[in-house]
Write a protein that binds this ligand. Structure first.
Ligand code: CIR
Length: 267
C-alpha cells in the first residue's frame, strides 16, 4: 500500500528566533504570530486526517529546528538519523534521537561524517528511494543511506538537485507510480518509470506537496497547480487540502519539512 499508511507525526513549534534560520528567499521578513497560526493549522490538518501528532517545544539555539523532516528518514523497517548538511543544524538530529527512540518503534541507524544528508532530499516510493545530491546532501551521505535502505529491501536512485534547496523542493509523490515535478526536473532520466504531473514554470513552490494517506496537502496560492492536482486527484481518489505556509516559505521550507511521518501497527 502506498504511501505506507501514516498514523503518527512529529512536529516542533517554531521558536521566536525562527527568523534567524537559514534562508535564500527574498520574500520579506516572516511574521512570528502568523507563523504560529500557520503551524497550528498544519498540525490541525494532520490531526484531522487521523494522525496522532506530537508537538515538541522549540529547540533553543536552533532556529530551523521546526523543519524536523531534515533530521531523520523513517521507513517502516528503520529510522535513520541524518547528519544535516548545514553545520549549524547538526544538533537538531541529536535532539530528535531520544524522541525517535521513544516513539518510532523502529531500530535507529545513523549517517556519519563525512557524510551529510537532509531528510528533505529523500523521497521514499514503494521499495525505492530517490536521494537528492544537493548543497546539503553529499554523495557519501546519500550512499550511506542507500546502503542502510538496501538492507531492508529498498533500491535507491541518486538524483542531482539542480534547483531549489532539496530534492523535495521540486519532486514529490502523489501516488505510488505518480510524481509531481517542476518543469526543471521533469526530464531527468532518473525519474523515468514514474508518471509525472508537471508544474508550470513559476509554480515551482507548489511541488512541495505532502501526501498523507488518501489526502494531498498543497500550499495555498497556486491556482494552476491546484487545478492540475484536482484533476489528477479525481482519478487517483485523492482529497485535496490547501494550507497557507507563506511564513515557512520565507524560510525556504514548506509542507513536507514541518513533520516526520510514520506508521505504527494498530493495537
Ligand atoms: C534550511 O535552510 O535548512 C531551512 N531554513 C529550511 C529547511 C527546509 N526543509 C525541507 O525542505 N525539508
Amino acid at each position: 500500500m502506498y504511501p505506507p499508511q501514516f498514523t503518527h507525526a512529529i512536529t516542533r513549534l517554531p521558536g521566536a528566533n525562527f527568523v534567524q534560520g537559514l534562508t535564500t528567499s527574498n520574500l520579506g521578513a516572516p511574521d512570528y504570530t502568523r507563523m504560529l497560526h500557520q503551524h497550528a493549522a498544519y498540525v490541525d490538518a494532520l490531526r484531522n486526517l487521523g494522525l496522532l501528532v506530537t508537538v515538541l517545544d522549540p529547540l533553543p539555539g536552533f532556529p530551523d529546528a521546526y523543519f524536523v523532516e531534515d533530521t531523520a528518514v523513517i521507513v517502516p523497517e528503520v529510522a535513520v538519523l541524518t547528519r544535516p548538511g548545514a553545520a549549524k543544524r547538526r544538533g537538531e538530529a541529536k535532539a530528535i534521537q531520544p524522541v525517535l527512540s521513544e516513539l518510532s518503534e523502529r531500530p535507529l541507524e545513523f549517517i556519519s561524517a563525512p557524510g551529510t544528508l537532509d531528510g528533505g532530499d529523500v523521497l521514499v516510493m514503494p521499495r525505492h528511494a530517490f536521494i537528492g545530491i544537493s548543497a546539503r546532501t553529499n554523495r557519501i551521505g546519500a550512499e550511506q543511506l542507500a546502503s542502510i535502505l538496501a538492507q531492508h529491501g529498498y533500491r535507491a536512485t541518486l538524483v542531482p538537485v539542480s534547483a531549489g534547496l532539496h530534492l523535495k523542493s521540486s519532486i514529490n509523490a502523489v501516488a505510488q507510480d505518480t510524481i509531481l515535478v517542476t518543469a526543471d526536473h521533469s526530464n531527468r532520466p532518473e525519474l523515468s518509470g514514474y508518471a509525472q504531473i508537471i508544474l508550470d514554470p513559476g509554480d515551482e513552490y507548489a511541488a512541495n506537496t505532502l501526501l498523507i494517506n488518501d489526502t494531498l496537502l498543497i500550499p495555498a496560492g497556486f491556482p494552476s497547480a491546484r487545478q492540475k492536482l484536482l484533476q489528477a486527484g479525481r482519478s487517483l481518489g485523492l482529497a485535496l487540502v490547501e494550507l497557507d505556509v507563506s511564513e515557512a516559505r520565507k524560510m525556504d521550507g514548506g509542507l513536507t519539512c514541518m513533520s516526520l511521518r510514520y506508521g505504527l501497527p494498530a493495537l
